[in-house]
Design a protein around this ligand. Structure first.
Ligand code: SF4
Ligand code: SF4
Ligand code: SF4
Ligand code: FES
Length: 948
């Protein structure tokens, strides 16, 4: 099947149990009804010449190259638009067809530059291939008449060009933009000879295009082609790997010439993306070889000193000696580590192993602390496992999509496109978000309800939805009776039915119109398969865990769990958030979410690792910082995480880092945290190592080494060296051996191995004896915990309140072209789309403050003050302001507070009371940052690179 998935069958392959059998050129083939004759022929390795067809989009039938003869039918129908039928007898190679095809091809070639030898798509061009295929040897029409040979080239997009003289107007790009990406940026303008591809009257860069590359991939000629391929030639080798940006986990073919990646082609057989991508995964990989990469280990005794390059051995020995000195002086718990959701499962597993087996404590935490730790807590309490319930494909069976606190088209774009496709096909949509995200209204999509709640009111809104469902008799009683704990349900039902949870009673606190909320609740409960997708707008609150449980309650009450099309779906931010949690990165859990106090689990690891393990949960990141400020936490190993930029209340974090005696940073770049570090260990990008990432669907995908580690060591090798120096013996020769150890010790991973991953492509855990190929949908017959557990979710307003000094609420988010703290994306040409973070403010609030669009404004909270430029927009409601956090020099987290989720300490990034005023200068924090010059220089460099 993998081979077939790599083949371009010309039109999409239909699925289904029933088949029709037809005969093509004397061979019988059985295909599901609706499959085209073209795809049927491709499936028996008998490809029919084609130009306008490709299997990522529906057939169009314009080029007439794919003609066939069908017994009993007149003429020569196009095979791409003709469905296969039972008993059909098809001929694809007759003298008449050959003559007709040659004629078609002759017309195309007569208006096409014949510069094949110097063309960037030479040997990689379907027009060229088909001309050879049909045996075209000469062209009777000259170039003297009207033609398009001097049509202009649009090179405005930083990653690809549009060379319109080579366009054959096959419309594959237009259809890819509509059907696959859902952006509708392209059209065919004009008719007949005058027809051409249009980008809305502007160039590509200024158009609606979001640079996903689907059109480039679909283009059969060199018209749309990657700039790097144009510059460097066609790639020579391919490595299948996984994107290292977001939690969608798209599979790519990294195509290389020597050790240089020339393009990333979305992998059709990749189950998370099925051949699609976004701008980041497809184009923004240049950071991996950016000149800012630090490739030599460095040390310094004091953070005021300059860095000194040293050998790997010296750097590791220094870190290990400091470890011994500090632990001897300050005690067992004075040391700890932070692992990263950017790193592979294997790397993360090694870091926690080093801590537990070598430090003698459980002081290991992960950046998932600051994003999805409430998901782990909330879903574990209600369903019994800390993960989303579905695969991405499930959305194709959804009737009512609920998106709460997530912005899929910006933060999870490939899944966003999939969701939009389902919405265009008729699914209903409820958006619960303070801001008007793109999904609320975009081409051919309009949310049925947009509940514009105030930041911090998630639980009030979710309880009100539950109130309507319970009091209006919309509960799926059969499901609840069979699958859930009944006594527990009844106490929950009484709780939410209380009039204080009604939409009317909570309207003032939530800001949501009660009528709209009631209608949305009815739609979710009665509209068929309902699926809830949520993101950091749910978790990063003081009641993040409560919100997750309230979402789970809603899904159980309406019976929307345990089959395709429904479920609770956390959209994970980083590439391996799910995996880093699965691998035991939290201070209270071993891999597979097993508490450190469970004797049997501890004994499993003690037997294998040969040391006694602590049964006391260790320090979380905020505890490490607090204890550092108190003087009892002194040594920290941070792998692939930039807490000085990404964690809230920057001043508090940096004070903690300054108070430590040895901070070891392992990263690609000298990040903000490295400013407080004593040892710098160069990291390796995803292109330089083997391993696995686990995406938001629990799908374990292989990461494969495309080039050798630029600094000489992959990250797992660095951790292993440090562990050995500290006294934890490790002798893995390949990350597959680490995965074998995970499988041997973790029941949900029991059936996972690299061999199995290579065989199946990817695996969704649990994968064990009862589910040897993995589990696409969880909780099918019973919840992992047995009976589903309804949890009482009392709404408690955050301590962070607006008042006369801070009358506005700040909330934060991401944009498509950038990624998290921007360390990667700002070092790519994507900087052209987002050179700075801006503050979105409603016209009413702007006018009250005399702020005009583009003005520099001061944004002040109880924690701190920064300055940034204002963007006046009605995307935000009055009383709410919004910004992104992609640029270190903005310092968005200087203003966020240290309030956090009651259960998990996940910071409350999404609610900060602020004031905004015009200013003519940057804040003290920013000026100090600029004096030190680090982050400002970085953006200037990115822009200069992009300009090049
Ligand atoms: S890059 Fe994507 S969004 Fe842009 S025109 Fe092509 S398909 Fe459309
Ligand atoms: S740009 Fe490429 S895909 Fe689009 S119409 Fe022209 S040849 Fe076809
Ligand atoms: S959607 Fe996410 S995983 Fe896929 S290409 Fe984009 S950033 Fe990478
Ligand atoms: S490939 Fe069928 S008409 Fe173009």
């Amino acid at each position: 099947m993998a081979l077939l998935q790599e083949l371009d069958t010309g039109t999409p392959i239909r699925t289904g149990a029933s088949t029709v059998t037809l005969t093509i050129d004397g061979r019988q083939v059985s295909v599901p009804p609706g499959t085209s004759v073209m795809a049927a022929a491709a499936m028996i390795d008998n490809p029919i010449p084609k130009l306008c067809a490709t299997d990522s989009v529906e057939a169009f039938g314009s080029c007439r190259l794919c003609l066939v003869e069908i017994e009993g039918r007149r003429g020569t129908p196009a095979s791409c638009t003709t469905p296969a039928e039972a008993g059909m007898i098809v001929r694809t190679k007759t003298p008449r067809l050959e003559r007709l095809r040659k004629g078609v091809m002759e017309l195309y070639i007569s208006d096409h530059p014949l510069d094949c030898l110097t063309c960037s798509a030479n040997n990689d061009c379907e027009l060229q291939a088909q001309a050879g295929n049909v045996g075209l040897r000469d062209v009777r029409y000259g170039y003297d008449g009207a033609n398009h040979l001097k049509a202009p080239t649009d090179a405005s997009n930083p990653y690809f060009t549009f060379e319109s003289s080579k366009c054959i107007v096959c419309s594959r790009c237009v259809r890819a933009c509509e059907e696959v990406q859902g952006t509708f940026a392209l059209t065919i303008l004009g008719r007949g000879f005058d027809s051409k591809v249009g980008t809305g009257g502007v160039d590509f860069l200024s158009s609606e295009c979001v640079s996903c590359g689907a059109c480039v991939q679909a283009c059969p000629t060199a018209t749309l082609n990657e700039k790097l391929v144009i510059e460097k030639g066609t790639p020579e080798r391919t490595v299948v790997t996984t994107c290292a940006y977001c939690g969608v986990g798209c599979s790519f073919k990294a195509e290389l010439k020597g050790d240089e990646v020339l393009r990333m082609v979305p992998y059709k057989a990749g189950k998370a993306n099925e051949g699609h991508s976004c701008v980041k995964g497809r184009f923004a990989y240049g950071y991996a070889t950016h000149k800012d990469r630090v490739l030599k280990p460095m040390i310094r005794e004091r953070i005021e000193n300059p860095w000194r390059e040293v050998s790997w051995d010296d750097a590791i020995a220094y870190a290990a000696n400091e470890f011994r000195r500090i632990q001897a002086k300050y005690g067992r718990d004075s040391v700890g580590a932070i692992s990263s959701s950017r790193c592979t499962n294997e790397e993360v597993f090694l870091v926690q192993k080093m801590v537990r087996a070598g430090f003698g404590n459980n002081n290991i935490d992960t950046c998932a602390r600051v994003c999805h730790s409430p998901t782990g807590f909330g879903l574990s309490k209600t369903f019994g496992t800390s993960a989303g319930t579905q695969d991405f494909r499930s959305v194709e069976k959804t009737d009512v999509v609920v998106v709460i606190g997530a912005n899929p088209t910006d933060a999870h774009p490939v899944f966003g496109s999939r969701m939009k496709k389902r919405l265009r096909a008729g699914a209903r949509l409820i958006v619960i978000d303070p801001r008007r995200i793109d999904l609320v209204k975009s081409t051919h999509i309009k949310a049925d309800y947009h509940l514009t709640l105030k930041p911090g009111a998630n639980v009030a809104v979710l309880n009100a939805l539950a109130h309507v469902i319970v009091t209006e008799g919309l509960v799926n009683e059969a499901f609840v009776r069979e699958r859930c704990d009944l006594a527990n349900f009844e106490s929950w039902a009484r709780f939410v039915a209380d009039p204080r949870h009604s939409p009317e009673a909570t309207a003032e606190q939530s800001g949501v119109d009660p009528g709209e909320l009631r209608a949305a609740a009815r739609l979710f409960a009665m509209g068929g398969n309902g699926a809830i997708y949520y993101g950091l707008g749910v978790t990063e609150h003081s009641q993040g865990s409560t919100s997750v449980m309230a979402i789970a309650n809603l899904a159980m009450a309406t019976g929307n769990i345990g089959r395709e099309g429904v479920g609770v779906n956390p959209l994970r931010g980083q590439n391996n958030v799910q995996g880093s949690c699965d691998m035991g990165s939290f201070p209270h859990e071993f891999s597979g979410y097993r508490h450190v106090s469970t004797d049997a689990v501890r004994e499993t690891f003690e037997r294998l690792w040969g040391v006694p393990l602590s049964n006391e949960p260790g320090l979380r990141i905020p505890n490490m910082i607090d204890e550092a400020i108190d003087g009892s936490f002194k040594w920290l190993y941070v792998q692939g995480e930039d807490i000085a930029q990404s964690d809230p209340d920057t001043k508090h974090i940096t004070s903690g880092l300054r108070a430590m005696e040895c901070v070891i940073v392992q990263d690609l770049f000298l990040n903000e945290t490295a400013r407080y570090a004593h040892v710098f260990l160069p990291g390796a990008s995803f292109l330089e190592k083997d391993g696995t990432f686990t995406n938001a669907e629990r799908r374990i995908n292989r990461v494969r080494k495309a080039i050798p580690p630029l600094a000489g060591m992959a990250d797992w090798e660095t951790t292993m060296a440090l562990a050995n120096a500290i006294g934890v013996p490790m002798s893995y020769t390949h990350p597959s051996e680490i995965m074998d150890e995970v499988a041997a010790t973790t029941p949900t991973f029991k059936g996972v191995s690299y061999a199995r991953l290579d065989e199946l492509g990817s695996i969704q855990w649990p994968c064990n004896d009862t589910a040897p190929t993995g589990t696409p949908v969880m909780h099918v017959d019973r919840f992992v915990r047995g009976k589903g557990q309804f949890m009482l979710t009392e709404f408690v307003a955050t301590e962070e309140r607006v008042g006369p000094r801070f009358p506005l609420l700040l909330t934060t988010g991401r944009i498509l072209s950038q990624y998290n703290v921007g360390a990667q994306t700002r070092r790519t040409a994507s900087a052209v789309w987002h050179s700075e973070d801006v503050l979105e403010i409603h016209p009413f609030d702007a006018e009250q403050r005399g702020v005009r669009d583009g003005d520099l404004v001061a944004l002040k909270s109880r924690s701190g003050e920064i300055s940034l430029h204002a963007k006046i927009t009605e995307r935000v409601q009055p009383g709410i302001v919004y910004t992104t956090f992609h640029h270190a020099e903005t310092g968005a987290n200087v203003v966020t507070t240290d309030y956090s989720d009651w259960a998990t300490n996940c910071p409350e990034y999404k609610v900060t009371a602020v004031q905004v005023r015009r200013t003519n200068h940057f804040s003290d924090w920013q000026l100090r940052d600029r004096e030190e010059g680090v982050s400002l220089r970085r953006t200037e460099k990115a822009l200069a690179d992009a300009a090049e």
